[in-house]
Write a protein that binds this ligand. Sequence first.
Ligand code: GLN
Length: 455
Amino acid sequence: KSLSAIESSEKSINAFTHVAAEKAIETARRVDAKRAAGEPLGPLAGIPVAVKDVLCTSDMPTTCSSRMLKDFLPPYDATVVEKLRVADAVIIGKTNMDEFAMGASTETSAFGVTRNPWDTDRTPGGSSGGAAACVAAGNVPLSLGSDTGGSIRQPAAFCGITGLKPTYGRVSRYGLVAFASSLDQVGPMAWSVPDVALLLQAIAGFEPRDSTSLNQYVPNYSEILQTTDLRGLKIGILSESSETEALDPAIRKAVQDAGEVFRSCGAELVEVNLPHSEYWVPTYYVIAPCEASSNLSRYDGAHYGHRTESIDTGSEHGPLVSAYCRSRDEGFGAEVKRRIMVGTYALSEGYADKYYNQALKVRRLIKGDFDNAFTQCDLLLGPVTPSPAFRIGEKVDDPIQMYLCDLFTVGANLAGLPAISLPGGSDSKGLPIGIQLQAPVLEESRLLFAAGAFQ
Ligand code: GLN
């Protein structure tokens, strides 16, 4: 069913970079045989799952939607992919994204834009746009995305689905192609909170191959969803985010309405401040490009990835430098190059103190704001995005406008917190609106508990 749904919507949506039809059928048959034989089955038995093309898969290409990795077949599975297989999930294919997860609209993909199933003239958000669109289009019930600055939550909001960015370290990053290593997390996307909980359960947990993986107990997330009684829970509303002019009035209203729903479930609403929130975007756009420029230095045209066919042997810098430069020039798109340049500049001698080290200091202040807010409340409620899904082409030539899409999401990444984007209604054009809950480190269960009651 999933495969025929993909076939009928792929032309208009373009959510996938690779559909593994035969392998998926083979896995589904194997799971059926296990079931028929009465063998124990994993928690995702027979469920089709789509995987963002930033996660390594040993039996499917992993391109990061970049020409650089167009033909890359990893020799191993990412831990989360391995876990999907152990859970008996059926991996249906790889989903389209902004190149190397840099973007907020899935327009920087080397394989064409993905379209929003609610309105195909609009973007599905990004960078996990394909992973959100294929769930919204009814192709698959579950998908895995990655979130460095909002890439799970923002596309979930634009596509009217649910997406959770786990605590930094809750889910292994082994086999996740690195963008900004101190911010990246893998997380689940689905229609509903129980489905997100199910997928999170399957992928969470300590894993020694990721040095930042947290060796902490993983609770039973599905058990937590049994109640709509939120008495005793304090939900903080951010005074600054509800005041910012950049916020679409329909989204402001959706957040207020969500507050009322929480209140009707017994929660108490309190107003809180995050005084450094105006520095989230500038801090993120120093730290993320710095880490990206370092992580992307591995694509040198020699070890793997795209290699130019036109080495200038007469180059004044020698053939090796020419091969390096041309391979990178041909392999990377404009946004990736922009980030490499910004990051290299901000890390270079004489500037590192002014930019990178300064950003690290501000990051600590931002983390402190959250710590302080969570002494006054248990969860934070706010918007996910300043506006609903924008039109394809509207922001792609204006990086600053694109970066401002991350206004409400990058805080959780800078502070390493778990956060969820939930469908919170629609605007007058019928476009989905997302609302966001953020929780203290490792409190995914608290997020899911409140999100479940809301839904
Ligand atoms: N839009 C943000 C960026 O372009 C976030 C991307 C992400 O979370 N991968 O960096």
